[in-house]
Structures are given as structure tokens and as C-alpha cells.
Design a protein around this ligand. Structure first.
Ligand code: NAD
Length: 287
């Protein structure tokens, strides 16, 4: 069941997160528009969505109608003005503060006064993004997890001025996508990265100090703590540069030395060992 008042959803950014968000909006029955400045990103997104919905349909997880809507019903554009008549915009563009502030200022100018503007940022303050608009009461964080079609959680973050109506609409909306929303306050890293990245960082200290090899650290956390994946394997999947960027945000934003990035993490990023995407991190890939 879609949420009353939300008929058209525009997703800005067609990368890893944007294509997944557009997919779940479409399969949940929303008129969906996917926007990216890069036409190739849109083409890649269409392919990813087609593969994903075909697989989910073959496993009986989504209906014929939901699959067809995602395959044929998603409008695409390289022009932000395609979001002009959306009831809800979810921004999932590159994690860059200046870029996001510009996108929100533009959306504020283009969209109806009541349109809710949500951001999928992992680390930028919702309050700061909202301040780039004249409608901070309608700006909110909706932090989806990767891969979006499979992960149940969405962290919902109110900015300083976000009003209750915006919060309750977004809570209802994320539930209508089959997700479980959890509220977090607007502090660096929210809940997810505030806990996950320091855990990964500590695992890297264990390797640097010789407490254990990467294999030992990961095996302890998998078999001893029942984590589905060890923290160093997870770091390789997320990207060591991304983990480092989050640690720096936590360190700067919270001002506590316990968030200091592990020197080995910094050294590996400097060496270009970024994890799976570069072929090498704590483990070696493509060999
Ligand atoms: N990747 C993850 O695991 C993950 C998880 C949760 C949240 N996030 C957040 O989601 C957002 C997107 O991350 P991603 O991993 O999908 O990035 P990505 O690099 O895969 O995709 C970003 C897309 O934004 C597009 N873009 C750049 N400027 C634009 C503009 N002005 N207008 C429209 N599109 C523009 C790029 O062309 C690119 O296709 C970031 O804020 C990130 O922090 C990422």
C-alpha cells in the first residue's frame, strides 16, 4: 500500500544506492523518476534494476506487476527539473557536501513548497543540508543500506528543524517499501556508522599490533560473535577509503580521540589498497 499524498518519487543519483532506492520505490507501486547528471550511470542503473527484479521475481519475492513496473515504469532524466512535480525526492548523489548543498538549493527552487526532500547521506549533517533550503521543516535523512533491495533497515534522521509531519510521512513511506525504519539523531555517523566503523577500526588495530592476522580477526568475529562476515572482509567490501572518511568525520565531529583512524588504515588507503574495488585490501581479489 502506498502512502497517501506520496504518488511520485524522484531519486537523484543513479549509482549504487540510487538505483536500488528507485527499484524498491517502483516495485512498491510509486511513480518513480531516476535522475543522474551522467547518462551512462542511468543506463547502468537500468541494467542493474532489470537483473535484480528478474532474480527477485524468479525467487517468488516480488509479483509480476511489481517486476513489470520496475522494468518499464521508471522514468529517467539527466535534468534535475524532472523532480519538479515529485511529492518526495530522495537524494542519493555522490557523498560531497558542496554538491549536496547545491542539489538541495536547486530542488528547493524547483519543487512544490510541500515536497519532502530526503537525503541518503552517510555522514553529512542533515541540519546543514536542510539549511541550504527555505523549507528545513521538510528536509530529512533516509539512510538506506546497501544493497537496498535486500537490506531491511532505513535509518531516519531528523534535522534540527524537521517537523513531525515530515517524520511521520517518511516513517510510513519506508514501511510501505517493506523496510524497517529506525530513528537516529543528527550526530556524526548516526547509529550505523558510529558503531560499525569504530569496530572495523579496532579490528585494524588488532592487525597492526599483531594481536591477530586478518584471517584470525575475521574468524573470531564470525564464529565467536556470529557475525555473517568478519570486520576486515566487510571493510574490503565497503572500501577502506570510505571507512577512513567516516572515521575522520567521527573524529572531527565528536572531537574524541577514541575515533582516531588506525594508522594502518590510513597507510593502506595511501598505498591504494582500497579493498575489493582496487583488487587488494586485507585480502587479495581478482587472482
Ligand atoms: N554505497 C554505500 O554502501 C552507501 C550506503 C549508504 C549510504 N550511501 C550514501 O548514498 C549516497 C550515494 O552513494 P553511492 O554509493 O550510490 O554513490 P555512487 O558513486 O555509486 O553514485 C552517485 C551518483 O550520483 C551521481 N551524481 C553526481 N552529481 C550529481 C548531481 N548533481 N545530480 C544527479 N546525480 C549526480 C553520479 O553521477 C553517480 O552516478 C552517498 O551520499 C553515500 O554516502 C552509500
Amino acid at each position: 500500500m502506498t502512502v497517501p499524498g506520496i504518488e511520485h518519487v524522484a531519486v537523484v543519483g543513479a549509482g549504487t544506492m540510487g538505483n536500488g532506492i528507485a527499484q524498491v520505490c517502483a516495485t512498491s507501486g510509486y511513480r518513480t523518476t531516476l535522475i543522474d547528471v551522467n547518462a551512462e550511470a542511468i543506463e547502468r542503473a537500468k541494467k542493474t534494476i532489470a537483473q535484480s527484479v528478474t532474480k527477485l521475481h524468479s525467487k517468488g519475492k516480488i509479483s509480476d506487476e511489481a517486476r513489470d513496473h520496475a522494468l518499464k515504469g521508471i522514468q529517467t532524466s539527466t535534468d534535475l527539473s524532472a523532480a519538479a512535480d515529485a511529492d518526495l525526492v530522495i537524494e542519493a548523489a555522490t557523498e560531497n557536501k558542496a554538491l549536496k548543498l547545491q542539489i538541495f538549493a536547486d530542488l528547493d527552487r524547483l519543487c512544490h513548497a510541500n515536497t519532502i526532500l530526503a537525503t541518503n547521506t552517510s555522514s553529512i549533517s542533515i541540519t546543514e543540508i536542510a539549511a541550504a533550503t527555505k523549507r528545513p521543516q521538510h528536509v530529512i535523512g533516509a539512510h538506506f543500506m546497501n544493497p537496498v533491495p535486500l537490506m531491511a533497515l532505513v535509518e531516519i534522521i531528523r534535522g534540527y528543524n524537521t517537523n513531525h509531519a515530515t517524520l511521520s510521512t517518511i516513517l510510513e513511506f519506508t514501511q510501505s517499501l517493506g523496510k524497517t525504519p529506525v530513528e537516529a539523531a543528527d550526530y556524526p555517523g548516526f547509529i550505523s556508522n558510529r558503531i560499525l566503523c569504530p569496530m572495523i577500526n579496532e579490528a585494524i588495530y588488532c592487525v597492526m599490533e599483531g594481536v591477530g592476522t586478518p584471517e584470525a580477526v575475521d574468524t573470531v568475529m564470525r564464529l565467536g560473535m556470529n557475525h555473517p562476515m568478519g570486520p576486515l572482509t566487510l571493510a574490503d567490501f565497503v572500501g577502506l577509503d570510505v571507512v577512513l572518511a567516516v572515521m575522520d568525520v567521527l573524529y572531527e565531529g565528536l572531537g574524541d580521540p577514541k575515533y582516531r583512524a588506525c594508522p594502518l588504515l590510513r597507510k593502506m588507503v595511501a598505498a591504494g589498497h582500497l579493498g575489493k574495488k582496487s583488487g587488494r585490501g586485507f585480502y587479495v581479489y581478482n587472482e
